[in-house]
Each structure stands twice: as C-alpha cells, then as structure tokens.
Design a protein. Structure first.
Lengths: 134, 134, 134, 134
C-alpha cells in the first residue's frame, strides 16, 4: 500500500521563536508530533490517546531532519505527513513542512517503536492500525 | 520557623529566548520548578523524585509573578527560593530572581498542593518535609 | 466599554504533558499567549505581528493564575479571553480555561506593557487598539 | 585536527518529561544546544553570545538522532560533544548522551551553518573558531 498522506496546519507561536527571530529548530518536533496525532485520528481507527489507553506506547527511535528555510512567528505552516505501513514493531513517518508561500521549510523522517505500556517491551502495532494498512 | 532559604543558579538557554530577544516569560516557571527541586534536595530529607516515588505529587494551584527586567540569552540568574512551612495540604514558595548585575528580574510566589499519586486526593505533606520544618 | 470577549480553542499536545500525566502548569502560558494573539486578530485591527512590525512590543509584567483541575493530553480546551481597555501604557487580559466537560481548568490575568521596539521605553497602545476600544 | 571533545552535564527537568514518564524526545535538542554553547565557551575563544554579538548566527541545517534508552526526571545526563573543524560555512557536532549508569541514551549529529546576522547570507566561521582549529 502507498504511504497514507495527511495534511496538517499549525501556526508558529510567539514562544516558539528564539532571539534569531525564527522558529527554534526543536519546536518542529512539536508540530510533527501533533501532525502524527491528527493523521491517526483522521484514519477513523482511533486516536493516539485511544492507542495509549489500550496499552501501546510509541517512543521515538530515530529522527532525521533537514532544515531549508526559517519559519517566523504567526506563519501558518502546512505539515505533510506520510505514514508508512508498520514493519514489525516499528513505523516510519515522512514529513514535508511548507509555509504559505509554498517554500520548503523542513523535511525528514521519524521512526517510532511500538512498546507495551506495562512492560515496555516491543510489540505489534495495534490491530486498528494494521487493519488500516490492509 | 522562618522560611527556609535556598539559592539556585540557572543559565538562560538559547531556546528559551523569543523574538523579542529576551527570555520568554513562561520559561521562568522552568527555573522556579528546578529551584524548588534543588531546594528540597538540599534539605537532606530526600529529593522531589523520592517524594513522588513515595506516592505524593504536588500540582501547582496558584502562581503570582511580577516581571521587572528582562533576562537575556546566556545570563546567569540567581533564584532565591523561600520555602514556607506547609499548612495542611498546601505549601508556598516565594522567589526572587536576580541577574549577575544584581538587577531584579522577577519575584513572586507559587502555591502547591500535596495529593496522593493514586487517588489524587489532598494529603498531608510527606513526613520528611514536616520533620524538616519542626 | 465592556471588556472585549474572545473564545479560542487549543488542544493539549503530548509534549505539553508531564510525568504526572497532565498538562504541565507552565504550558498554559503558551495557550493564553496564543489566545491573546487570536483575540487581537479577530478585532480586525491588525495582528500582534503587525503591531510588532509597527514598532510596539508588549512584554508581560504580571501574571496571576489559579489552577482548578488538570487538563490531559488531547483535551480540547476553550480559552475565554477578556481584553480590558488599555490604561496608559498597560493592558490587562483576564482568562477562563474550561475543558469539553465544562470544568474550570484555570482562571487568571496577565498584564502587559506597551514599549517601543527600538528604545524599550513605555509607550501608548497602538492607534488601532485605542480605536477599537472607543 | 581531531574533533574537539567536550563533556557537559544536564539534569532532566520535571517539565521536560511527558506522560510516558520519560524525557520528551524533542527536549534533547535543548541539551545538545546547551552543550554546544558550553563547548564553545570552554575553548577560551569566546562564547556563542559573543559570536552572535559579532554578527554571526548559526542556524541548524541538519539533525540526525538515534534514541537508545529513555531518560527520566532528575537523571543527571552526560553530553559528550565532538566538534569537527568547520568546512566552508558549515560545522558539524557529534553527540553521545549517557546516563549515570553509563547507558547510552542518544547519539547523533547536528550540522549548523554560519550566516551573517544582517543579510542572512552564508559566511566563514568566526576567526576565533578558525584559529582554534589550527
């Protein structure tokens, strides 16, 4: 199956800028995480909160990001999220962040592991997610 | 007993500045929290982590802060913490934050409640803390 | 004139929770700031970004917050903002934050000063804002 | 010249944890940034603040991080920073983060660009830094 594509919008908060006058580089991880959450919700197979309530957590295991242009306070950014089919106990998300002028701000990937909330051992993705990708 | 006085130092991080070029106002709550933690550790009656491990949590119930001067990236701030004796299930901390030139940056108070980690009901302060104030 | 009332919505991000499992107390300042910005935009008299571009900045001078209930990951919060008419070089905002069940999460005020971006001296509120309150 | 090695220590703040009970993945970027700053200061060739004051800024252009173990509230982490000699208008930092038990928490690299503060054009590294690597 092709990666599932979802589009999320986020506005850069004042507190997320730094003294260089731009969005501080680490804050994009807030946006990507929020976009992942909304992408999951939009599948109609439950939210990330539901998944945790069902005993599965997804710590980050890898992050690769490339920064192209700065984003500024009050910029309305579009986060394109591409969710790949889970492979065993891992799942990869690709991202492209663009501003309203269509300029590339950032692209990259994050890889997450599925672990059980109680024992923190690797586990299969939740059924809902496996079903979604069938 | 007089309030217990503790002095903590913190350096303003780049990410903690905003586009105004100063430490973003909300980030002082990071510094005050860190200062509270170090003040507790310095009592020799266990750390805040120990307290949580023993089943007591301390959510914030009130914050009053007055901002006097801005702090800047890389400023080394001194946080004076004054810990008052707990009253029933609450404890109050007063703060004065000054920079290296001795200028007043911020003062204020936070009030925290003691609750049990399991039921989230108000509870007495941990014995160690009550002992410390005797 | 009565205070101007604006309603803003914000969803609690995963990163904004702490190990107590709730929204970390300092993160409400992110929400209040975002709500102020949207309240200003909604007046139709320009955004906060416009105001800064016109040479006026508004550092926080006072914060008083009372915390009533915790908010949790993925909660959709409503921020009621009440903007009072500026008095000389200051402006006060009152807030009430409620969750989807209508429970009071937080209330309080922030007071901001108008200063010039170049000399950082107190100044009158921008004309657009003064006009809005007439 | 070999990469310059610097060791920095940082304690995980309460606010930096998330509801999974661990240090939120994005907060490591705070630690790495702080470690870079202290590494520069320790060269004796001026601080990062000095560099900015002299008209050079260093936005992040690339981040690659691998997460191995979680860090927890109050953990005292050691950040090993390896600063490589700048190549044209870029500089690479490698990192290894370990906890007090010596467990690997995270490793990775960040790449930064040198740009002028006024025109935001790529520029040579500051003389002090070039000198340091000779």
């Amino acid at each position: 199956m092709l990666p599932y594509h979802y589009k999320h919008h986020v506005r850069v908060r004042y507190a997320e800028t730094d003294k260089m006058g731009v969005c501080w580089h680490g804050n994009y991880l807030l946006y990507l995480e929020e976009a992942r959450g909304e992408a999951l919700r939009a599948t109609g197979h439950g939210s990330y909160a539901d998944m945790e309530a069902a005993g599965v957590m997804t710590p980050i295991v890898k992050i690769n990001l490339n920064y192209h242009h700065s984003a500024f306070y009050d910029d309305l950014l579009t986060i394109h999220v591409y969710v790949e089919e889970p492979v065993r106990s891992k799942i990869k998300f690709r991202y492209e962040v663009v501003n309203e002028a269509g300029e590339a701000i950032l692209d990259g990937i994050t890889e997450l592991a599925f672990i059980t909330a109680d024992t923190h051992q690797p586990c299969r993705p939740p059924l809902a997610l496996r079903t979604f990708f069938k």
